[in-house]
Unconditional design. Sequence first.
Length: 263
Amino acid sequence: MITYPDIDPIALSLGPVKIHWYGLMYVVGIIGAWWLARRRAAAPGSTWKPIDVDDLMFFAALGVILGGRLGWILFYGFDAIRADWLAVFRVWQGGMSFHGGLIGVLVAIAWFAKSRRRRIGDVFDFAAPLPGIGLGAGRIGNFINGELWGKPTDVPWGVLYQGQVRHASQLYEAILEGLVLLVLLWWFTSRPRPALAPSGLFLAGYGTFRFLIEFVRLPDADIGYIAFGWLTMGQLLSLPMIVAGLAAIAYAYSVKRPSGNYQ
């Protein structure tokens, strides 16, 4: 058993301004994605230039923040917003949906691709390995905030939190959806792959990891289980990702269209 370290969610206070660890994790994610994108753009044969990466990250950052917050409001936080509409703006207290952020990023990337006359699928493929650092950092932020805990457990690595030993499902997600998915996609995209294969692997990989971890994670208190006494909102939103990802991989290797990210 591990005792929860009870970390102060406020990383730094500057008078009335309070900087939260959760917010800093988004900064870490955006900078990490930019760094990875710059490295991949510098690879031999890449059709990407540094200025393209900078513009892409601007679009993606807007998409993940706006989409993540709107997704949380629609999927999880509608009752909280109805009780106090000012909660819409309290992003530092948590309340970001990955699935909403994903939709926001997809829209932003599509907008970027159209403005740069690139194939949308190619931009999706280029961006596929980039969210890993942010996904891992965001879940660590959830752990620091003491939110999104797993179910009670007696496993040796369970974390004692408020008098009960629980699965640290936030850290499970940080490892699988962050580190493991990043390593897998970075290796997979280290050489040219058929168009849409990297995007499909990201969707299928994240969806599968999230679906499995939801079995040991407590559902949101205001939603509970949606069906069968075990299906959560996270699993329901992950199923289309798995199906779409597998379909994209199958299509990519059947058509074998060359990626536009390489000369």
